[in-house]
Design a protein around this ligand. Sequence first.
Ligand SMILES: Cc1cc2nc3c(=O)[nH]c(=O)nc-3n(C[C@H](O)[C@H](O)[C@H](O)COP(=O)(O)O)c2cc1C
Length: 309
Amino acid sequence: MTDALHIHLAGIPMATPVVLLSGCIGFGEELAALEGFDFTAVGALCLKGTTLEPRLGNPPPRLAETPSGLLNAIGLQNPGARFVVEHILPRMAHLPTRLIANIAGSTVAEYAAVARLFDDSPVDGIEINISCPNVKEGGAAFGADPGSAAQVVAAVRLATTKPLITKLSPNVTDIRPIARAVIEAGTDALSAINTLMGMAVDITSRRPLLGNGQGGLSGSAIKPVALLKVWQLYQVAAPHGIPIIGQGGIATPEDAIEFLLVGANAVGIGTALFRNPLISGEIASGIAHYLVNQNVGHVAALTGTLHSA
Ligand SMILES: Cc1cc2nc3c(=O)[nH]c(=O)nc-3n(C[C@H](O)[C@H](O)[C@H](O)COP(=O)(O)O)c2cc1C
């Protein structure tokens, strides 16, 4: 990939600003087995949300398609942090991309304990998920309140020297006070948005379609909401030099460029991978073409360059 796409995000060198999102690639192993998958087009892989103890996740059904979106209620199914560090990461460390752990917990102490385990591992950074809407323990309660969000980030900050990315929820009245609180507590970057809470109904059984009753909406349907949140976050984060991984419904290079213009430094691809697991390469080269066409020398020069309406 061209040097024009090379970025440093919170100190993590990335070959491109294209990041693959947590929950949409497992721990990356399936990608390694995929013919034609180009890891050099990917800046980093965000691994599946990991808790201290293994979790089986929510009862099925866990997925429901919506018009231009996807509802999921996986429930943070994962084998536990110790297993990830001891058995999965050693198989992944050779990949020519960066690895970012994604951590969750039901208490501040659990977040810190998971971060401590990843601190002693080859991951390049830790994403703190304080925004999973699908389980009580998923942190959404922490992510909805500036004080609790700051407590989690401060505790994780003490537990690790790895770069910290805090993943914010759109399910709040105003995302900006939460961002200010986690920046003050020591996060190195922000990631937004996680899924929007929603539900679907089976009219034959007259029951919710998802086993969990409700789920998180992702995919193209949420892109306009995500763009606005990233634009709002940029106003708060840029003065502190805090970068943003913009995400929510990105499926084309044009979508990714919109996020860069409103203030993202990197772009995350999640749900679009289920339709086309090779989309990351297309998005990275599409951004590179745009830079050439617009006569812009480096992708970092696009961030936050939206003109006023
Ligand atoms: C099936 C599925 C599982 C997810 N699991 C996680 C997770 O474990 N941790 C997390 O922080 N986000 C998780 N997410 C949220 C995504 O990482 C991403 O923030 C969100 O889906 C918005 O991006 P998208 O519209 O490109 O998918 C999950 C999303 C989906 C669709």
